[in-house]
Design a protein around this ligand. Structure first.
Ligand code: SF4
Length: 117
């Protein structure tokens, strides 16, 4: 039987979830509210993450960037590689899009800070 134990991160309580598949149905226990059940099912079937990283500019400045939404956890390293190899933006500003629709996920990568050297 496939089983996953994880901590719900949807609120600070951090319920300990146990997720199993029984007769083709994903069952979550340990959650105190429906959001935990939803989170547990997603972690079990298709975990998603927001990706944050640093982009280095040729002048020594760095850009803090993050995906504007969640992407599949399995694509994490491909997303990082795509961000690192993105064309260098001219005059980057907070909120600008560094990469549009990364890996055809429908999610943009945005600049959250410009860190001067
Ligand atoms: S299951 Fe509900 S109460 Fe528990 S951590 Fe998740 S959101 Fe919070």
């Amino acid at each position: 039987m496939k089983k996953l134990e994880t901590i719900c991160i949807r609120c600070p309580i951090g319920c300990h979830l146990v997720v199993t598949e029984q007769n083709g149905e994903v069952v979550v226990t340990g959650n105190r509210c429906p959001r935990g059940a939803e989170y547990g099912k997603q972690e079990f079937t298709r975990p998603m993450r927001t990706v944050t990283t640093i982009y280095k500019m040729s002048n020594g400045d760095t850009l803090s960037v993050r995906t504007k939404g969640d992407i599949e956890k399995s694509k994490y390293w491909d997303v990082i590689k795509t961000i690192k190899s993105a064309p260098e933006p001219k005059n980057p500003q907070f909120g600008d899009v560094l990469v549009h629709n990364i890996l055809d996920s429908g999610v943009d990568v945005i600049i959250t800070a410009v860190n001067k050297n």
